[in-house]
Ligand binder design. Structure first.
Ligand SMILES: Nc1ncnc2c1ncn2[C@@H]1O[C@H](COP(=O)(O)OP(=O)(O)OP(=O)(O)O)[C@@H](O)[C@H]1O
Ligand SMILES: [Mg+2]
Length: 338
């Protein structure tokens, strides 16, 4: 559906972003890069605190400008550099090209406003001439909500239905990209599957790109064409879902897979990645995963791993061990310093 040559809809390059607080500065993004082609479904996975939502909010202009600083790097949306956008520019972009759904629909819905009114408010003013009431009907049909939901208040709906309302509101502006940050984490397994099926169907039907953020590698690999793995604020491995699934190269990605499959070790325990995510208020020399890495070697302590290509299908990794074990061919032009 997407050609690798297509001009990217989103291009985030080596983003460094900090949250400044009274007593500390959290460097939550430390070299995050990500591209999304028009119509493409891209997954972003990583443990809690790895910076996934920070990256999503930076892409949507939703980080609080008073406490957030972009230190370096760039974000391009549809060919425009949005790195220095002000709130007005963001509002225009969010009302046209970008939309989002998050984990907790209740916190985004007005508890005292009926659903139809909330959907109307999400329809950009420029599109309201088309006939607002019909448009609300269309949106409800699109997300498979009964017309009866029009007159409901959020508390009268189930969690899955509320997420569908949020989705209807996100689609009201006919976005080119939907950012879905843990859209199903709060739902039971059956409802989760229904929402994921709906997202897939909508994407196909509307030709919309999607950035799906989750802890769950299994969920992301089913729904997305390409996957990015994030650790301690940086993207550490990315490529086609099939390639990442078959031949994960970064020890962190392998660890995520083992935990996802609840791999039982010879000692009878389930595999988890030992240790904790590093404190992002501190400077980190070398590879941020080295303290937890079974393959760490001396240079991982002092040198940040270069980014290198694996094979021909756009699979990349940032890891010295992948190179030294011969997994990654060190091809002069394809090895960049991180
Ligand atoms: N508004 C904020 N102010 C200060 N620090 C923040 C803020 N938002 C996030 N952080 C910190 O930035 C780091 C990355 O957080 P982020 O929420 O982006 O991670 P995440 O990968 O989305 O985690 P989760 O899977 O739990 O949602 C964490 O150390 C977090 O505590
Ligand atoms: Mg998050």
């Amino acid at each position: 559906m997407t050609s690798p040559q297509a001009k990217p809809l989103v291009e985030i390059s080596d983003l460094h972003l900090s949250y400044t607080m009274q007593r500390a500065t959290i460097q939550a993004s430390r070299g995050a890069s990500l591209t999304i082609a028009p119509g493409e479904a891209v997954g972003l996975v990583g443990e809690s605190g790895s910076g996934k939502s920070t990256l999503a909010r930076a892409l949507l202009g939703l980080n609080d400008p008073k406490s957030t600083r972009i230190d370096s790097g760039s974000i391009f949306v549809d060919g425009t550099d949005v790195t220095r956008f002000g709130e007005r520019d963001w509002r225009v972009l969010r009302g046209s090209s970008l939309s989002m759904v998050f984990q907790d629909p209740l916190s985004f819905l007005n508890p005292v406003m009926r659903i139809d009114r909330q959907i109307v408010e999400a329809i950009p003013k420029s599109m309201r001439a088309e006939g607002v009431s019909e448009r609300v009907d269309d949106l409800l049909r699109l997300v498979k909500l009964p017309q009866a939901a029009r007159r409901s208040y959020p508390h009268e709906l189930s969690g899955g239905m509320r997420q569908r309302v949020l989705l209807a509101m996100a689609l009201a502006s006919k976005p080119k990209l939907l950012v879905a940050d843990e859209p199903t984490t709060a739902l039971d397994v059956t409802t989760q599957a229904e929402i994921m099926d709906l997202l897939g169907e909508l994407r196909q039907r509307l030709g919309m790109a999607m950035l799906l953020i989750s802890h769950d590698l299994g969920l992301v690999s089913k729904a997305c064409e390409r996957i990015y793995v994030m650790y301690a604020g940086r993207t550490v491995e990315w490529g086609p879902g099939s390639s990442i699934l078959k031949t994960p190269a970064h020890p962190y990605t392998k660890g995520l897979f083992d935990s996802a499959r609840a791999l039982r070790l010879p000692n009878g325990l389930f595999a988890t990645i030992g240790g904790d995510v590093p404190n992002l208020a501190h400077k980190i020399e070398g590879c941020p995963f080295r303290m937890r890495c079974p393959l760490a070697m001396p240079k991982c302590t002092t040198m940040s791993p270069a980014t290198q290509v694996l094979g021909q299908d756009g699979h990349w990794v940032r890891c010295w061990a992948a190179q030294d074990s011969g997994i990654a061919p060190a091809q002069g032009n394809d090895v960049k310093n991180a």
